[in-house]
Design a protein around this ligand. Sequence first.
Ligand code: NAP
Length: 255
Amino acid sequence: MTELRGRTALVTGASRGIGQVVATRLAARGAAVVAHYGTDRGGAEATVERITRAGGTAYAVRAELGVDGDVETLFTGVEAALAGRPLDILVNNAAAPPVGPLGATTPAAFDHLFAVNVRAPYFIIERALPLFRDGGGRIVTVSSAATRMANATQTSFAMTKGAVETMTRTLANQLGARGITVNAVAPGATRTATNGPAFSTPGLVELIIGMTALDRLGEPDDIADVVAFLASDAARWVTGQVIDASGGLFLGPRA
Ligand code: NAP
């Protein structure tokens, strides 16, 4: 499939997990991909290697998010990689993980979570807008099914994802005039290397699967396909939406 040929994409957090597979998927459909990473240079290089080996085009760009000057650092690298080409697709995927329940979350950890998960995507979008051409632009932010669950261990994390879902609706309304769609994808429990240790907790995987209509954990591929759809022409009439990609996690008691 080469439907994204001639397009460019920036995927944040593309050194591992869901972002790595999203970057690979967009590249497989023809987009030239800027694969952002924070610390895992080897992971980002592996993403680029995987894409180029398959005949695609990709560039690794480093920027620690959630610190002063993060967005400018990111876009210095992005603009160098694009070399004058416009940006067509922005996937805000990078995020910091949950930091614990009320009573165990320090103000510093709370601020960091919001700086990485909310402030960074907001200002990345603002900084990316002049690079977008009018008509056909795509912004996809990765949220979480945590926004519609009441999981006490993830309160502040779920709050950050609620914020980006609100951002998605309001920016969709603002940016529609430029032909840019703005959507979010909300994964449920998805198997990545990072949450591998958590999933090794005895009984946890079975518990999650028992709450999931489609009876399994998610895989990064499951999420990447939805992001790739939202990035495609097929999704031209979809904007301001949060697409749940959780296999039906926590829909209600299962018969
Ligand atoms: P992951 O494997 O932990 O990878 C996180 C990515 O974000 C890495 O590439 C990491 O870069 C980057 N990142 C994190 N903090 C950063 C920072 N401060 N500065 C720069 N880069 C940073 O994540 P994932 O599980 O694939 O999750 C991807 C997205 O899906 C996130 O938005 C997450 O909230 C959401 N999600 C995941 C699940 C799940 O079960 N996996 C469920 C719901 C929602 P480096 O490694 O290079 O530092």
